[in-house]
Design a protein around this ligand. Structure first.
Ligand code: SF4
Length: 228
């Protein structure tokens, strides 16, 4: 059952996070008839409803689908890439192309099943030609990622690639300097590693070995929170 005080505190924490999300989207008035105390599943559903048909930035002009994210709402590990690619844009799911298949194998190599983690991106619409998202696009899409983090409340985040790591950690340091260690990320921890698409473009053993080291580090952190 748990302590009722803990449940109440959890409910108020969820309410506060949801109100911050609404505020970030520009909401200034709330109807009093709605139920605001929802759990992770309800929060994610609301986010998906809010993002439908989104035109908050110019990436809406070239997209076919909005790639919101996938995985269980109670996941303790969240993986965040930079943005959907061509195949993701077509299917509406994150990391489903060749890079996605490599990501699945990377996770499995350290005993993490893909269906136990939540996967999303910094921006939810494909940047044209797979270019990096621009600052105004990241800012426009940030409330959705913040909403996902607030709803799921992962204990560990893995940033996939330079761009995701730099955006989340608010730094300009290259991935080569950021990877290989655990970073504080709010009240939780963040492990950066290479984007699988980068590893496909650079298939030599050097980068693969470093990525393998990162996966082992991620697994150690993941085991720690699962056991804690
Ligand atoms: Fe909206 Fe995000 Fe897509 Fe921009 S990238 S249109 S903010 S969903």
């Amino acid at each position: 059952m748990g302590d009722p005080a803990d449940h109440l505190a959890e409910a108020f924490r969820g309410l506060a996070q949801h109100l911050r999300f609404l505020q970030a989207l520009g909401t200034r008035e709330l109807p009093l008839s709605r139920d605001y105390l929802v759990g992770p599943v309800g929060s994610l559903r609301r986010l998906e409803a809010a993002i439908e048909g989104c035109t908050r930035c110019k990436l809406c002009q070239g997209r076919r689908t909005i790639v919101f994210g996938s995985g269980p709402s109670e996941a303790r590990l969240m993986l965040i890439g930079e943005g959907p690619g061509e195949e993701e844009d077509r299917q509406g799911q994150p990391f489903v192309g060749r890079a996605g298949q490599l990501l699945t194998r990377m996770l499995e190599s350290v005993g993490i099943a893909r269906d136990e983690v939540y996967i999303t991106n910094i921006v939810k619409c494909r940047p044209p030609g797979n270019r990096n998202p621009e600052p105004d696009e990241i800012a426009a899409c940030a409330p959705f990622l913040e909403g996902q983090l607030a709803a799921i409340q992962p204990r560990i985040v893995c940033a996939l690639g330079t761009f995701a790591a730099q955006t989340l950690l608010r730094t300009r340091e290259p991935i080569g300097k950021l990877r290989g260690r655990v970073h504080p990320f709010g009240t939780i921890r963040l492990v950066p590693t290479f984007h699988p698409a980068f590893l496909l473009r650079n298939p030599g053993p050097a980068y693969r070995r470093l990525a393998w080291e990162d996966m082992k580090l991620l697994k150690r952190e993941y085991d720690r929170v699962r056991e804690g």
